[in-house]
Design a protein around this ligand. Sequence first.
Ligand code: HMG
Length: 448
Amino acid sequence: MKAPIKGFSKLSREAKIEWMVNEIFDGDKNVVGLLDSYLHSDEKVQKLHNEFIENTISNYFLPLGVAPNFLINEKLYTLPMAIEESSVVAAAAKAAQFWLKRGGFKATVIGTEKIGHVHFMYHGDSLKLHEFFNDNKDHLLASTNDITANMQARGGGITGIYLVDKTEELDQYFQLDVRFQTCDSMGANFINSCLERLAESLTSLIQSDNRFSEDEKKVQIVMRILSNYTPNCLVRAEVSCPISELAEEEGVSPQEFAEKFYRAVRIAEIEPYRATTHNKGIFNGIDAVVIATGNDFRAVEAAGHRHASIDGQYRSLTHCSIDNGIFKFWIEIPLSVGVVGGLTALHPMVKFAHKLLGNPNASELMGIIAASGLAQNFAALRALVTSGIQKGHMKMHLLNILNQLEATEEEKAYFVNYFKDKVVSHSAVVRHFCELRGIPYESMVKPK
Ligand code: HMG
């Protein structure tokens, strides 16, 4: 890139692309063709995409897969999963099928409370501020009435407001800690609007209150923002069965499988290196459904990882027990998701995903997403404690390797059959591909 640009956002899409072609791609016009080829053929749909974000130049596709046979609270679902990684959808589907015959997933929503804060600095007598807060709590809440009226009519709204003294951690730092119920929405915009109003009211009420000195009246609002950590917007999903009903896996007996599986979870509970990978596998399932249903996977991940380190050490989000011959495996995770608002009414594929799930409400969706994380983790651990992960994962990755090699459809069919009883590895595929085509292996592995 030669020089920075001012006013880029004001350029048309074509001018933005032209600038990039000239400044970054040495005038390569193929870039235009590539970006154009990913535009939607329906102009109305493309316009929606253009307006979802800023500086849109094209679309970025992710595959949408489906995982059938998820029995959750006695209801059968087919899960939409938007993800780029091979074997995730297959693993979810396989785990769902396994638990379908063993009672399915039990999901329980423990709470749906959301949180936001007004972070402010107050230099003065803390007792006075507490007295002021107790006297003015109702005024503060009433000042949000026009924003909360519709949410209240749906059964939600602000459910609590607290003054928190944080001065021991940071000089002059106080919070208004505000609790919300946002019904079927994730509620970010609603919460932030309430917080901005509360901050305004807090400032003006303090400034007109004679108990404060002129100095104390100089309250500084630092931020008003929701927290993506929602410890009371929590869901639990669980599977269980007698150990004797666990299938024999790769020559491993049900008893040995249960014990190894239990130990694998215990290791992830106490070992942060393992917990990180373990939880990554859980988010393979969670993110895929969160993205497909138009929810905010960054928010869900941030909350999940915070929850995983609640006692100061990063730990597994899933847990396992073996009691009286019963194998139990569960996840407890904060999941703040919505079925209205955001992209849900706009993105055609998001609408499809909700329909596929039978248009669940937000609580039902929490259970579905938790089950997808648990299923994913079950499949990964099952592979890890028996055959190893590469066997199944690379079997699913085979087509990606063949596509990289630009194999024909006939060659792909041959390779799928050839590797049916062999463990796929990148080098094994490339070697055999070279043998078949009669080309030297070295020519394929030399850096370009
Ligand atoms: P398999 O036993 O070879 O599969 O398992 P199968 O061919 O016998 O088919 C059994 C069922 O699996 C199918 O039933 C499907 O449900 C599903 P059917 O539909 O035939 O009635 N299935 C598929 N679904 C769709 N398309 C397919 C397909 N193949 C099977 N092509 C499998 C193969 C990959 C499922 C198994 O080995 C597995 O579950 N492995 C785990 C894979 C995994 O966890 N992948 C995630 C990526 S690795 C990672 O990032 C996370 C990790 O590091 C996390 C951690 O360490 O904890 C592992």
